[in-house]
Each structure stands twice: as C-alpha cells, then as structure tokens.
Ligand binder design. Structure first.
Ligand code: NAG
Length: 503
C-alpha cells in the first residue's frame, strides 16, 4: 500500500502544477548480485523521468561504464557517483572494492567492517548537492546509510535483493526468536518458521539469514534496526509470483512494500542484455550466441553459480563428469580463479574435446541474461541466488536448485515446493564463500537432477509449463498497466512531493 497522502495528492494535481520529478539516490551493497538489480532499478526510474544516482566504489563505477554510456547516449537522467574505498588503514588491497575481489575467508570480515566507513564520503556527497534528494534507496546490507538519511532528513527505503518469501521468513524468524531456538537446538532439528502462509521448515544449516556469522552479528543487528526504521522497502519480484508473501510481509513490516520486478526485464535490447553487470570480453557474447543458435530449442542446460562462490577442483570435476554423462547439451560457466590451476585448465580442455559440439565451457563472466533468453536454453542449474532464479523464471526456464548460503536454501523451497519449477540437486548444508574440499554434490546427483529436469514425462512437462506461465505473467507485470509498472509509478509519485527542497 502507498502512503496515501502524497500519492493521492499527486494523482489529483494537473500536469502544469506538478512538482519536478523526484531524485532517487541508490546505494547498492558492493557485490554483483546486489549491484545488478539496483542499477536496473535506477534505469527504470530514469526511463520514467525520475533522476537516479547510483553511489558506489570506483571499481564498480568502472565496471558499469557500459550502462552509464548507454544512458548518456539516450539522454536518461542516470548518473554514477564514486565514493573512495577501501578506507586508509583497513588493510585491504586497493582493488578490494567488490565482494568478488575478496581473496579469501580471512579478508571477508575486514571488508565488511570497512564498508560503514563509506558513510562519511556519502554524507559529503549528499550535502554537496544543490537540492536535497527526494529519497535514498539503500541495500538492506548497507545500514550505515540510515544515519546519513536521518541527519539530513531524507526519506529512506531499503532494497532487499532476495525473494519476498525469504524476506518474510527472515523477518518472522527474527520477530519470533527462531534464531535463538535454533542455536539452542541440535543440528538435525527441524524448525517451523512461524506466521508464514505456507509450511516452511529449516534446520540449523539452512536457517534464513544474511550476516549470521557470529563475527558479523553486530552488523546484522544494525541491518535489522535500519530495516525497522526505514520508510518502506523495494523488492525485486512480482505480484503474480508471490502475492501471499508480499501481503504478509507488508503487514509484518508495517510499511509500504513496492513490488517492481522482475527488474531484469528492463534490459530489452541486445546491448543492455549483454553488458548487464559487467561487459563480457569482446566477441564472447557473439560466440555464445552462435553456439546456441546451432542447438535445438529447449535442449541446452545452462550451469552457473553466481558471482561469489568458488569451487575447488574436486567439485568442479564432479560437475563436469555429471554434465558429460547426462548426455545433454550444456553451457557451463567456470570462474577465472577456478580455472586458473594448470590441472583444471587441462581437465577442462579434455572435457571440451570429449563433448565437442555438445558442451561449451565459458571461462569467466558470462552474459547470463542473454543466455537465459535464448530459445535453445531449456534448463538452468543455479545456486538459487534470487537474481538468477527470478531471471530464469522470467524467461520461462525451469531450474535444478543447488543452494550455497544466505537466502538460497529458502529460495530453493520457494522454487521447488511453492512454485513447482525446480528439481533439488540434494544439498542440505551450506558452503562458505570459498568451497571447502569436501564434495557436496557427486556426479551421480548432477546426472540425476539434470536428467529429471531436461527429460520427458508429466512432472517435467508440468515444470516447463509453470515456468512458461510465470514468464508470461512477469512480462505483463512490467508492461504499462501491469502491477510492477504501476507500483513504480506510485513510488515516483509518492516522492515527487519531497523533492526539490533547497539543500
Ligand atoms: C502495488 O500494486 C498492487 C497491485 O496493483 C497494489 O495492491 C499495491 O498497493 C501497490 N503497492 C504500493 C506500495 O503502491
């Protein structure tokens, strides 16, 4: 629900007397999975006439060069703003400005604890603006923005990247002391998440959460506090996918929930689809598309595990063998650091030789949206990061679910049990950012899950049909008159009133 006053006032004012368009300042958490949807949101806001400024670290600004140039060419009021990072004395290397540049588990905590120091430069940037921004939209993981917004009297929304299903479970878990009960219980205990509209159970290993590591609990507490004091939340989902969870979340939070997704669908042309997040190496996009063009419709399984986790050789080999023995055409994304060791490089080359014409291994960044939107792709083996899962659903592609951490185990439950578009690979425990040397998923499980997903039969057909139906509903949600399109209109109109004041 919209805060009634501003929205109604704006709707009944004639165009001639409308206050100027609002200015939104967006502050993504510095990880690809968090930056990508907020940059999409910035683009959408700018396309609808609002001014949008994305504030991030220099490395991320450089990566987003393509987006900024494209916006400038078509005259969109979208700008990127650089804040210096890492702060002096943090002990972090200069290029450690995005979670995917964190070299090992030991750099992780210094990285997290350096981020709140962005508050100073951020406040300086906002104070230097000629007019106060109308609204700050900051990632849930950036609670340090709350103090700045408060001291400058600027409304603040939080953006939470996961599914509404996850966010609701996480909020109810906090409201009802579930984390304490889980901590006190045994490893195998199943716990029901209270006050959600479908039965959800979690274990100690799969319990919901971000920043749940004992060392980051203080950050988690700050994030929860910033969530409770925000003026509302923007979520990347759509009404027809998660209506019952959206309604409950809004009731539990007591603030407006602006539902504006799937944000990935704002990338409508080849250029923006290919350069989303990061520009892939020249020629890679064309090579992948040319390869996909040769494959039968719906025949290819796409395999990619997001931007953060890294798999060690033993697990990589199991995945490779699984894909080989599944007999299905595949595109498999292996990250540069994963493929760096000579033994892995050689092994991958041998795999490509054995599966020539049927298997394609992409080393490094792949233009995921371009792949998922190709008609040859019929399945996606995903870590269940919400961007990936929602992009898959928005393109009608059913999934094999292989969650790793954070919201991903609950996203898996949503995909498999609620939406009926997923086949679980069968993991029951999280891995840290850097995979340990145990093999979580042996090749047989990869073969079984991929064959189940890509094969025939009523269940497989049912998953494909449901995914296609959701894709159609997603497309309609983002069109003029659709629920997400209209929520975005409401969002802009609600903050038109608070824009334009002298700074
Ligand atoms: C978003 O759209 C839905 C459906 O049109 C509506 O019920 C809801 O109130 C809107 N939310 C906001 C915050 O405007």
């Amino acid at each position: 629900m919209a805060p009634a006053e501003p929205a109604v006032a704006a709707a009944t004012t004639t165009t001639a007397t409308l206050p100027p368009p609002p200015h939104f300042v967006l502050v993504p958490f510095v990880a690809q999975g968090h930056i990508i949807p907020l940059v999409d949101l910035a683009r959408l806001l700018a396309e609808r006439g609002a001014r949008a400024s994305v504030v991030t670290t220099p490395l991320n600004v450089a990566r987003l060069r393509g987006v900024a140039e494209q916006a400038a060419r078509v005259g969109l009021p979208l700008e990127l703003v650089e804040l210096p990072f890492p702060p002096p004395g943090s002990g972090l290397p200069d290029d450690c400005q995005n979670a995917d540049m964190v070299a090992d588990n030991y750099q992780f905590l210094p990285f997290f604890f350096a981020l709140p120091e962005l508050a100073g430069p951020f406040e300086a940037y906002v104070r230097a603006l000629a007019t106060r921004p109308s609204c700050i939209i900051a990632d849930w993981c950036n609670p340090w923005t709350a103090g700045v917004a408060k001291s400058l009297g600027i409304p603040r929304l939080f953006f939470h990247g996961p599914s509404c299903f996850f966010s609701l479970c996480d909020l109810q878990a906090a409201n009802h002391g579930l984390h304490e009960r889980i901590a006190a219980g045994g490893d195998e205990d199943q716990h029901a998440v209270p006050e959600v509209p479908v039965p959800v159970t979690v274990t100690k290993a799969t319990a919901p959460g971000f920043l749940n590591h004992p060392a980051t609990e203080v950050l988690r507490d700050e994030a929860m506090e910033a969530m409770r004091t925000a003026d509302g939340v923007v979520v990347n989902t759509f009404l027809d996918l998660e209506a019952q969870f959206i309604a409950c979340y809004e009731a539990a939070l007591g603030t407006p929930v602006w539902v504006v997704g799937p944000l990935s669908l704002c990338n409508r042309d080849v250029e923006s689809t290919a350069s989303r997040g990061k520009t892939a190496a020249a020629g890679r996009q064309q090579a992948i598309t040319a390869w996909l063009d040769e494959q039968a419709p719906g025949s290819v399984v796409f395999v990619s595990f997001g931007s953060i986790t890294r798999k060690l050789p033993r697990q990589l080999f199991e995945i490779g063998h699984g894909l080989e023995y599944s007999g299905r055409p595949f595109i498999w994304v292996v990250k540069e650091p994963e493929a760096a060791a000579p033994e892995v490089r050689e092994w991958l080359e041998a795999l490509e030789a054995r599966t020539a014409g049927r298997g394609l291994v992409v080393r490094g960044w792949a233009p995921q949206l371009a792949v998922l939107s190709h008609r040859a792709v019929g399945g996606f083996v995903t870590h269940c990061g919400w961007n990936s899962l929602l992009e898959s659903i928005a393109h009608g592609v059913p999934v094999v679910t292989w969650p790793h951490f954070a919201d991903q185990f609950l996203n898996e439950q949503l995909a498999v049990s609620v939406l009926g578009v997923g086949v679980p690979v069968g993991v029951t425990a999280p891995v840290m950012i850097f995979d340990d040397d145990t093999v979580a998923v042996p090749r047989e499980d990869v073969v079984r899950a991929v064959s189940t997903l890509m094969g025939g039969g009523a269940e497989a057909d049912g998953r494909r049909r449901k995914a296609k139906e959701y894709a159609e509903k997603a497309r309609r949600a983002m069109e003029k008159g659709g629920s997400s399109y209209e929520n975005l209109t409401q969002l802009i109109e609600s903050f038109r009133q608070s824009g334009g004041k002298e700074g």
